[in-house]
Ligand binder design. Structure first.
Ligand code: SF4
Length: 320
């Protein structure tokens, strides 16, 4: 159960809370697409239709890390689920209801074409990320399946600290695309940047990367680069070795953005410029025999892939 203090902060920030531990919040890019026809970079990279995307979490108050670069409110009270977790079908239905309620203000907005609003009102993709660590939710494979049954494509974004759930996703229901978010090339930096709240977290992340290599789903690693912390050329070889464990289809090298609550822990100069991200990404690509496949300057992100997988870039997930 979300504690009242956290609940009031989240509600003030526009979260729609569901049951005991889930939430939806309309993504900035969903609104940008509706109002200015500007989709998120995952539209450029993977064909996501940002206005039809639900951004949700089944673990709003649960996380295993307290990362320095996290821009969400870190009022996490749990690292495990002790009570009976909520039913996945209930969460799916409520997330659609929540998204509709949060978008209702755009109906009749002169900046939003009617057809676009109607498409947004019938979402077709879900990003299971938002805040908290979704792999802590013990019924995650069922949640993914429940979205698939309703015709949704799914992203699961994880920090990799719960390999047991990754294994269950592989055995029970894989998401359309799994993301593992990485910010450290080695254990020392992992402790410093991710500030783990559980034991053996580094070996757990490594285990998740290994498991990822066995997935049929699209595999993406996001490397968030923080200038002055994890972005030095001396780490390229370590990153390459670590990432190769997952045999990712895609690697996103993305700038840390100086925003939200991360501003209490980091400085503006920790946020690299796009050209710096590109330089670093190119070096990583060379070390791994990947190629630079795409980029989005406004999000300061560069996409790498294996040459033989380039044809998958910017394809609608539905076409896979
Ligand atoms: S994929 Fe991510 S960034 Fe894009 S619209 Fe969905 S939640 Fe937002």
């Amino acid at each position: 159960m979300v504690v009242p203090q956290l609940e009031s902060i989240l509600r003030r920030q526009g979260y729609y809370l569901i049951g005991n531990h889930s939430a939806v919040k309309v993504c900035y890019w969903t609104k940008e697409m509706l109002v200015n026809r500007r989709p998120c970079y995952k539209s450029t990279f993977y064909g996501i239709r940002s206005h039809r995307c639900i951004q949700m979490t089944p673990a709003v108050d649960h996380c295993t890390f307290s990362c320095l670069h996290c821009w969400r409110f870190q009022g996490f009270t749990n690292v495990s689920f002790e009570e009976d977790p909520d039913d996945p079908d209930f969460i799916v239905e409520e997330s659609i209801k929540g998204q509709r309620a949060l978008l209702s203000g755009y109906k009749g907005d002169p900046r939003v074409p009617k057809e676009l609003f109607e498409e947004a009102y019938n979402p077709g993709h879900v990003a299971i990320s938002l805040t908290g660590e979704p792999t802590l939710y013990p019924r995650l494979p069922e949640l993914v399946r429940a979205y698939h049954r309703r015709g949704f494509t799914t992203f699961v974004v994880t920090n990799g600290s719960v390999p047991e759930t990754i294994e269950r996703l592989i055995n029970e229901e894989e998401p359309t695309q799994l993301y593992i978010s990485i910010t450290a090339p080695n254990e020392e930096l992992h402790r410093k940047i991710n500030v783990p709240r559980i034991k053996d977290s580094w070996s757990r992340v490594n285990r998740s990367l290994e498991l990822m290599s066995t997935m049929k789903a699209r595999r993406t690693i996001r490397v968030t680069v923080i200038k002055g912390l994890n972005m030095n050329d001396k780490y390229i070889e370590e990153y390459a070795k670590l990432l190769e464990k997952a045999d990712p289809d895609f690697i996103e090298v993305k700038a840390y953005m100086y925003m939200g609550y991360s501003r209490y822990r980091l400085k503006p100069e920790n946020s690299p410029k796009h050209f710096e991200v590109k330089e670093f990404a190119s070096k990583l690509a060379n070390a791994m025999e990947y190629i630079v496949a795409s980029e989005r300057e406004d999000s300061r992100v560069v996409l790498l892939t294996k040459p033989e997988r380039e044809r998958r870039v910017n394809r609608f997930l539905e076409l896979e």
